[in-house]
Design a binder for this molecule. Structure first.
Ligand SMILES: Nc1nonc1C(=O)N[C@@H]1CC[C@H](O)C1
Length: 245
């Protein structure tokens, strides 16, 4: 899977190639990342990438021409990729959206800065607009990294244990079950006995019950979204999981 990111601050993306799941996926060729700086496509000696907004008002707007040229160059390099702009006005991303994103061959991500981009880019150059949440950040770079992290970890071979991604919160439509590790007791708090029993069927049932219970308590809206057949699929997955162990 390939990501082309258009950003005025390519250095920020170094963090992705340093450590962790994404860095490992990039080093193994499971994912690719190429950065495009609009300043390299800005004309004239000053290579302007922003200017004051027509109609007045605070802040600056990213100019059409350098961004359109950078997008065209990225499209030429990644013809199978669509262009997505990260913005608070975009479609709120959830796990279902990330699953769909991860299923595509690649994406060209446009990271905005300042007050945003010239609106005509949305009409002429951008295919999708995504938001990571209803709050305003100083740039689209962190949202782009959030999308890359959430998508790349789903790619085959990216995580150590293939099923880890499946069992994460939201993957099954539910929040994740609680997790415990050594020691068995901390300050009087003991690990639930079922997890020490070695009975994989009982453990799988306990984990499903815990996931359902904490989803009910913390995010009942997710249960409302869940259809009966999804619940059945979850049940089947747990049974398969139980048989496989
Ligand atoms: N929330 C978000 N989800 O995606 N992107 C954002 C976001 O706040 N973007 C900033 C707004 C102005 C600046 O240009 C970049």
């Amino acid at each position: 899977m390939r990501f082309d990111v258009i950003t005025l601050f390519p250095e920020q993306f170094r963090i992705l190639s340093r450590e962790g799941v994404v860095a490992r996926a990039l080093s193994r060729g499971i994912a690719e990342l190429r950065l495009w700086n609009p300043r390299d496509f800005a004309p004239g000696p000053h290579r302007r990438v922003d200017d004051r907004p027509y109609g007045g008002g605070p802040g600056m707007v990213m100019l059409f021409e350098p961004l359109a040229a950078a997008i065209a160059a990225a499209r030429a390099a990644s013809p199978k990729s669509q262009v997505a702009y990260l913005s608070p006005q975009g479609t709120r991303l959830d796990q279902d959206a990330i699953n769909d994103i991860a299923a595509k061959p690649g994406w060209i991500l446009l990271a905005g800065r300042y007050e945003g981009i010239d609106e005509r880019l949305l009409e002429r150059c951008i295919d999708q607009e995504w938001s990571i949440g209803d709050y305003v950040l100083s740039g689209g770079e962190l949202p782009a990294m959030v999308v890359m992290d959430a998508a790349i970890r789903l790619l085959p071979g990216a995580l150590g244990h293939e099923r880890s991604a499946y069992e994460d919160s939201h993957m099954s439509g539910l929040l994740d079950c609680p997790h415990f590790s050594r020691p068995e007791e901390i300050d009087g708090l003991r690990v639930p006995k079922v997890l020490l029993s070695g009975d994989h069927g009982a453990i799988a049932r306990w984990r499903r019950q815990q996931a359902l219970g904490r989803t009910w308590l913390k995010r009942p809206d997710l249960l409302a979204k869940m259809t009966l057949d999804q619940a059945t699929t979850l049940d089947q997955a747990t049974t398969l999981d139980q048989e496989a162990r």
